[in-house]
Design a binder for this molecule. Sequence first.
Ligand code: OKP
Ligand code: ZN
Length: 333
Amino acid sequence: MRRFMDSHQLAHAPAQELHNGAFTAHAETPARARDILAAIGTAEPATDHGLAPIAAVHSDAYLSFLQTAHARWRAAGRPGDVGGYVWPVTRRRPLALDRIDALVGQFSFDASTPIAAGTWDGVYWSAQTALTALDAVLAGDRAAFALCRPPGHHAGADYLGGYCYLNNAAIAAEAATAAGRRTAILDVDYHHGNGTQDIFYERGDVFFASLHADPRTDYPFYWGHADERGAGAGEGATLNIPLPHGTGIAAYLAALDSALAALAAFAPDLLVVSFGADTYVGDPIAHLALETADFTPLAARIAGLGIPTLVVMEGGYAVDALGLNVAAFLAGF
Ligand code: OKP
Ligand code: ZN
């Protein structure tokens, strides 16, 4: 399987996040990508597809915010990374505000996703990595791996959050759709992929299925409940399967089988997998119980669908085990 990663992605290195009431070292580090790379050997660099496929998913106002936020922060005399402290409850009326604090509240939904000096460069190339790996699948490869970092599945059309800025999986899925493929997304990160769900929620042309920790107990809380099934033209094209803490491989595979059955019924000819290794038993911020060896049969079930597949990296924070977990997953293909 061809593997892709671009060294520009390492430019994104936020310092701290607000975690359980205190600022702690940020969990989503460049070391994650290095650990994965060490385990999988080599990766090809991304080719530049430009802003158009990114702008097909994200709003222009959000993209210009993301590109200018760090400079605005510095211009306001601020040290460190951009971080919000005020958020509009649901949506206030649209206002053409200029102060950086108002903008960061408008375009984000949490305080774990700082914008550092290298963020735009890192997230731009993370998206390009997904698009480059998609090219391999569009050209006929059975599967390809995009070592995206930072992850993307919490980012919506016009907001960042959950360590995510540009939604790599959604950008790839949209590009695949534009290339004429009937596309489904399967999200097997520990956390619900709220951004991906939100982007496609009212569309019937892209199917989204997710297995994740129950949002009654886990981040991102406000999305991913079992009764969220899509709306309008997208009614029935979203499937959420929340799982309890402690879920091991047997119960996980049973849930996966029902998601795969729903995916197969949609009859996609291209699959995007949002893969998070934070379902691992040793993950420091998560509570499922998969072992390293479990990732191989998990991936083999997905591969058993026989659909050309783009694997996009999402979370996984047990840095020393992360590379092994990713390698075990890719071995399933
Ligand atoms: C990103 B991905 C819990 C804080 C949770 C955000 C987690 C983002 C995970 N106290 N912070 O889905 O792996
Ligand atoms: Zn996650």
